[in-house]
Design a protein around this ligand. Structure first.
Ligand SMILES: Nc1ncnc2c1ncn2[C@@H]1O[C@H](COP(=O)(O)OP(=O)(O)OP(=O)(O)O)[C@@H](O)[C@H]1O
Length: 602
């Protein structure tokens, strides 16, 4: 798998997943109708040829009226064939549109039910590719190839049966040409599976490199003017070109040779020569010969779509596997109706919580137990990677603990419905997300019924009202894609306004002041102070002064809760917190030009 944040998802090998036909289940009826119409259109096509042959015979026998009748029948069959094909593609396109909508809805519903941890691990880029590109690939497959499938298989078979009926010798000759072409083509494609995999991998690496190239541009250009990342993109492109060149080299000649054999001319030449001899010897009726000549070219021609379909089928298989993989992602277990637990107060309690992110990984949290009483402020501190953010993420069930329990108001979070849980807790994370909607709509997220006065009051309390009013359209200003035109501190204050408006009894803040620059910091601290009033607060903090007055400080080290208490007691205790604090104090006295203070080893 490529970079989970940016790269495309590659379906992992696993239990055999259902194939194309299974995923089309909801629209199978319509697809069958499309295929039936496609078969009908093929039969009309063959009947047209038959009537044309009869027309020639009637003309040769001087039966003008009969010839006109056959001509009219041929015309009607052509019209029938055309209408059949139109109907077939109509059905397949409508089926494709319906399937696309159903799959996108299904995938979105699934993603709303899986743990947020799954979404985070798979990465927005990979999941977007599944919902967008893979579903689109399936749409194209259903719309364009299902009618072709029917034609590609039925036309050669019926044609061969007719040829056999007309003259078995010529039928076998036409079949021999077809067999030669198919044999060469199969030989040319003997390593097709392997090459197709190499091609798909190379293509996916190019798209991952493109996404990385564009997304990482602002960061990497400040380091190496983009050379490194451009080099990666260039190498992916070179590898892609090499795979294509190898494929072309290895199968190019044989494939082109087989196309020549499968073109109408060789079959026509053989039937013309052999049939001519038989007619000359009086061994074959000229009309039959004419009918064979009209029909035989279609047999080889009808095989070509089969090759194209095989290619489309292989391509769509990967997309189907990825769609199935997301559809099969485990959902967060919810309590049975009537068995939901309801929190009794706004306290948070971790009981012997152990958690690891993946089966093979070491514990991110080991046997963590603490209690945050209602209305108190609890700060989580510790070196990088100590597990602070993991504690914050277990509360909204980004993941569930491997053992132990997370309780809110005495109720296990796993026994609450998502609505109850979200009704208790508000979150302000470092990675703020604003939708490309108006600022007001972004503040209202989670409280859709809030009035404009409430929105303005929340924004004012979050110290955001003034800068919002300076924007061109005030509260109606679009926030831009992910709020990109607002500063980090401004985005943060909008999410604080959102949390103030939600007014939930428990508040989880993860690195909420991370974006604070000197200008923003005072505003942000004031906004947070307003938000925290009267709430049970759990805050992950790197900036020690902001938590000095916390009711309780929890100190984490390598996943374990090693110390807890108030600031003064912990400093006096002389443990990890005391070292972190003295580091902080030394950093305060440090200025540019001096040696950096020693970090506490993590
Ligand atoms: N999504 C993830 N998948 C796998 N491992 C993870 C994931 N997130 C964190 N970890 C690991 O879990 C451990 C705890 O990480 P966590 O983010 O909770 O630490 P932290 O104390 O918040 O660190 P920081 O202060 O640097 O944010 C680390 O070893 C980290 O590498």
């Amino acid at each position: 798998m490529t970079d989970p944040k940016t790269g495309p998802k590659t379906a992992r090998p696993g239990p055999k997943l259902p194939g194309a036909w299974a995923i089309m289940a909801p629209v199978r009826g319509q697809i069958r109708a499309g295929m039936a119409l496609a078969v009908l259109s093929s039969l009309f096509g063959l009947a047209t040829l038959g009537f044309l042959a009869l027309t020639v015979q009637a003309l040769m026998a001087g039966q003008g009226a009969l010839a006109c009748g056959f001509m009219a029948a041929a015309f009607l069959c052509t019209l029938g064939g055309y209408l059949g094909r139109l109907g077939a593609f109509n059905q397949s396109h409508y089926a494709a549109f319906r399937l696309e909508r159903l799959l996108r809805t299904g995938l979105a519903q699934r993603l709303a039910q899986v743990s947020l941890g799954y979404v985070e691990t798979e990465g927005a880029g990979g999941l977007t590719k599944v919902i967008h590109d893979d579903v689109k690939a399936l749409h194209v497959f259903v719309a364009d190839s299902t009618p072709l499938y029917a034609r590609a298989y039925v036309t050669p078979l019926v044609t061969f049966a007719l040829l056999l009926w007309l003259d078995w010798r010529l039928a076998l000759a036409a079949l021999a040409v077809l067999a030669l072409g198919m044999g060469v083509l199969t030989w040319a494609q003997r390593r097709r599976g392997e090459m197709a995999r190499a091609y798909n991998d190379a293509r996916e690496r190019v798209s991952a490199a493109v996404v990385e190239f564009v997304q990482a541009m602002p960061v990497v250009r400040t380091f190496d003017a983009g050379h490194g990342i451009f080099g990666r993109y260039q190498r992916a492109l070179d590898a892609y070109a090499q795979v294509l060149a190898r494929w072309y080299r290895e199968s190019g000649f044989a494939a082109r040779f087989s196309w020549v054999v499968l073109a109408p001319m060789p079959t026509l030449a053989v039937v013309l020569w052999l049939g001519g001899g038989l007619v000359w010897a009086g061994d074959l009726d000229p009309l039959r010969w004419l009918a064979v000549l009209l029909l035989c070219t279609g047999m080889a021609e009808a095989v070509m779509p089969m090759m194209m379909l095989r290619h489309m089928n292989e391509k769509v298989k990967l997309s189907i596997a990825r769609i199935h993989e997301v559809m099969a992602a485990p959902v967060l277990p919810e309590p049975a109706p009537g068995a939901e637990a309801r929190p009794q107060d706004a306290g948070v309690r971790f009981e012997n919580v152990t958690f690891r992110y993946g089966a093979g990984e070491s514990d991110a949290l080991t046997d963590v137990t603490f209690e945050a009483a209602p209305g108190t402020v609890t700060a989580l501190v510790g070196p990088s990677g100590a597990g602070k953010s993991t504690v914050a993420r277990l509360i909204p069930r980004f993941w569930d603990a491997n053992s132990g329990r997370v309780l809110i108001g005495g109720a296990d979070v796993r026994e609450m419905t998502a609505d109850t849980l979200m009704g208790q807790v508000a979150f302000v994370f470092q990675d703020t997300f604003l939708f490309s909607d108006s600022i007001a709509a972004n503040i209202r997220l989670g409280s859709p019924e809030a009035s404009m006065e409430d929105v303005i009051a929340a924004a004012t309390a979050a110290q955001a009202h003034d800068f919002i009013m300076d924007l061109p359209q005030g509260y109606d200003t679009p926030a831009g894609e992910r709020g990109s035109f607002l500063s980090g501190g401004q985005r943060q204050r909008i999410t604080i306004a959102r949390a103030i408006l939600q007014d939930r009894p428990i508040l989880v803040l993860d690195e909420a002041t991370a974006f604070a620059d000197p200008e923003n910091e005072a505003a942000l601290v004031a906004a947070l102070a307003r938000l925290m009033r009267g709430k049970t607060v759990l805050m992950v903090a790197h900036r020690l002064p902001t938590i000095r007055d916390a009711d309780r400080i929890l100190v984490f080290d390598r996943g374990r809760l090693t110390e807890q208490g108030r600031h003064d007691d912990l400093v006096a205790g002389g443990g990890l917190y005391a070292r972190l604090w003295s580091n902080y104090e030394r950093a305060q006295n440090w200025s540019l030009g001096q040696r950096a203070p020693q970090e506490v080893p993590a």
